[in-house]
Design a protein around this ligand. Structure first.
Ligand SMILES: Cc1ncc(COP(=O)(O)O)c(C=O)c1O
Length: 384
């Protein structure tokens, strides 16, 4: 079994540590630990290892499901991995809506066969008819990320219902990575609440600004969650007890409403600021489809031939990290210094021509965003 290198992580690994400004982070700025009680008592495993039953029951209520249909994980990343391990064998097939966060295609690709259905630029709309044409009798799972990373497209209720029906009619599951869901002003019902074919994964990383907790979950029908639970004994055994302790506080009634309101407010203000910036630089070739969440997928300015070469110039000249569009397509991007810029392995990148885009994350504190946009503006003034 082979797993593709995670292009985005390798790109960040190359530049993030030394750069002055990170303008490609996909979440909301992190909350400070001092906002919470950080003493969980004894630092043992969480017992039972799939998470505290009362807390799981509280989380399950959000999905109209039972406590046993929720498994606490170390972030959405582990929840997605366990969902694939639970449902996919070597003969299995997955349909993955792309562009997307690379693990949602690379992991099923490591186990079985993947077909992609491409979101269509400029507004990254999903044509569900294409999913219907692509699904096969052996398809185990249809995978979507809503709101989408990197485009910020928030597929409507009708689109998600149609995807659900296509999966259910084929006796497959719809797996929705909902890690950005609560950044929407009017979040859709989670997919795991839609019926026997819905699986939701999420965490406190993005909408709550609590990535360091490494706390998330998988929710869905018991056969999926039971399969995931079996694998979890071999991955991380239990979630972090520290993560569970703080997550319980963050998800508690008024506290949760306050955190989400604060974070949505930051997202909305920063989105407006980036929108102004994009409009001011339209003449340089910048454009975007206004996103939900804190990820914008912008067209690269005139005069550059790939997201990789453009982002590399920006980090070298202005010490700002952006993320090349190629990181969200197919295969792995040749990100190593000296490698051919923009090269990807695997299939061509589809109708999205992802090498014409880059991701800008605007969930950071407003002052940092301002500093980043100012330097980025200088770069554009020099080059575009
Ligand atoms: C769509 C998506 N899923 C999962 C993750 C990983 O998140 P977590 O910290 O919850 O593991 C990310 C992080 O960028 C993401 O964008």
């Amino acid at each position: 079994m082979e797993i593709a290198p995670f292009s985005l992580e390798r790109w960040f690994g190359q530049y993030e540590h030394d750069a002055d400004i990170m303008l490609a982070e996909s979440g909301i700025r992190s909350l400070d630990a001092s906002e919470f009680d950080t003493d969980p008592g004894e630092l043992g495993y969480v017992i039972p290892t799939d998470g505290d039953p009362d807390f799981r029951a509280d989380v399950a209520e959000r999905y109209d499901r039972a406590a046993d249909e929720v498994l606490f994980t170390c972030g959405t990343q582990e929840a997605n991995l366990l969902a694939f391990l639970s449902r996919m064998d070597e003969d299995a097939h997955a349909v993955v809506v792309t562009p997307t966060y690379q693990s949602l295609s690379a992991v099923p690709e490591a186990f079985g066969d993947v077909s992609r259905v491409w979101l269509e630029p400029p507004d990254w709309r999903l044509d569900t008819e294409k999913v219907k044409e692509t699904i096969r009798p052996e398809t185990a799972v249809v995978v979507v990320n809503n709101p989408n990373n990197p485009t910020g497209r928030y597929h409507s209720k009708a689109v998600i219902e149609s995807l659900y029906e296509i999966a259910a009619d084929n006796d497959a599951y719809l797996l929705c990575d909902e890690v950005y869901r609560l950044l929407a002003d009017e979040p859709l019902p989670p997919v795991a609440s839609m019926g026997d074919h819905g699986i939701s994964t999420t965490s406190l990383t993005k909408a709550y600004g609590l990535a360091g907790l490494r706390f998330g979950w998988l929710c869905g029908p018991s056969e999926v969650v039971d399969g995931a639970r079996r694998w979890k004994d071999y991955t991380t055994i239990s979630p972090s007890i520290f993560g569970q302790h703080v997550a319980r506080q963050a998800l508690d009634g008024e506290r949760e409403r306050e955190i989400l309101a604060r974070n949505r407010d930051l997202a909305a203000r920063n989105r407006e600021r980036v929108s102004e910036f994009v409009a001011a630089h339209e003449g340089d070739g910048l454009s975007w489809a206004e996103p939900v969440g804190v990820n914008g997928f912008l067209s690269i300015p005139d005069g550059f031939d790939s997201g990789t070469s453009f982002c590399r110039r920006v980090v070298k000249e202005e010490s700002i990290v952006l993320a090349p569009g190629e990181c969200f397509g197919v295969g792995s991007v040749a990100i190593t210094e000296g490698a051919t810029d923009g090269g990807t392995t695997g299939e061509p990148s589809g109708p999205g021509s992802l090498e014409k885009y880059f991701r800008l994350g605007f969930g950071l504190p407003a002052d940092d965003l301002e500093a980043g946009l100012s330097r980025f503006g200088d770069f554009l003034d020099r080059h575009a």
